[in-house]
Design a protein around this ligand. Structure first.
Ligand code: URA
Length: 287
């Protein structure tokens, strides 16, 4: 931090950083140019600290990456010092704690459903939020929709233990309602950190809620499916080992249970993913 910061501004910055950290947001960047501008003028609000919340938009990502060299990370995430993805995910889970950051914590959730699977998975599935069964068992996709997801994974020639499964929100919305915007925004920094640790090759967004939140777009499923998107989680950086994931969108298994005629379309989406990952297609699509 520049030495010229007044004690009040320093305190205000500290408080703002603690506030963001409490929300699970860690990476902040300081524009070198702002520092001298800041020094020359009256101290202003701590607006020079900008959490990188919107980086998942592919179009904006390249601008953010291009500006890398003029930003400096000033608050590292706890998991950045972890020796391996297992330890890193544990640190993120500890950071989440007995989360009370959004209203879902007081709307009947039994427990937080963090995510499950291989911490080094090449393939990750992201759903919407835990349902009643997941809330009881503490694991994503263990109910009827989970059984169908398991069949879909098996039909891809892999096992559930090979992939990583998580949700946009980690607490069950009451009555299985759609998670609200503030709940998604509060929770998704933790999902972004999980993705940055796991570094999957492909993420499959299950359903419109997952797709719209991950891609920060508002479009119908028909427009979102059938192609790959480049995805870099907010707060993460491309490096030699990982340049981000490909993201594909398919129907939510719960939707497929209601409308099984769409299973063929979902199978096409998964075949696109299998081709990219070099997985052998099985003769029989998932039941
Ligand atoms: N539906 C979801 O979106 N996620 C789950 O974990 C279970 C059902």
């Amino acid at each position: 931090m520049p030495n010229s910061l007044s004690p009040e501004l320093r305190r205000a910055l500290g408080e703002r950083l603690r506030y963001y950290n409490e929300l699970g947001i860690y990476d902040f960047y300081r524009r070198e140019g702002n520092e001298s501008r800041q020094r020359d003028s009256e101290p202003s609000q701590p607006a020079l600290l900008q959490p990188e919340l919107r980086e998942e938009m592919p179009a904006r990502k390249s601008a953010a990456v291009a500006e890398d060299n003029i930003f400096e990370v000033i608050t590292p995430k706890p998991e950045s010092a972890a020796a391996d993805p297992v330890a890193a995910l544990k640190l993120i889970r500890e950071d989440l704690g007995d989360c009370t950051r959004c209203k879902l914590h007081k709307q009947g959730r039994k427990q937080i459903v963090f995510g499950v699977g291989n911490p080094r998975a090449e393939l990750m599935f992201v759903g919407e939020g835990p349902g009643a069964d997941e809330d009881v068992q503490g694991e994503p996709f263990v109910g009827r929709a989970g059984q169908l997801l398991n069949n879909m994974i098996k039909a891809m020639g892999i096992r559930r233990e090979d992939v990583y499964i998580a949700n946009i929100v980690k607490c069950r919305p009451p009555g299985n309602r759609t998670p609200e915007r503030d709940e998604c925004e509060t929770c998704s920094p933790f999902l972004m950190r999980q993705i940055a640790v796991i570094q999957p090759k492909v993420i499959v967004a299950l359903g419109a809620v997952a797709a719209k939140n991950l891609l920060a777009v508002n479009a119908p499923m028909a427009e979102l499916r059938g192609r790959f998107y480049d995805f870099m989680p907010a707060g993460a950086r491309a490096d030699l080992t990982w340049q981000g994931a490909k993201l594909a969108v398919t129907y939510h298994p719960a939707f497929l249970l209601r409308d099984p005629r769409q299973k063929g379309e979902a199978w096409k989406d998964l075949q696109m993913v299998m081709k990219y990952l070099g997985l052998k297609p099985l003769a029989k699509p998932p039941e």
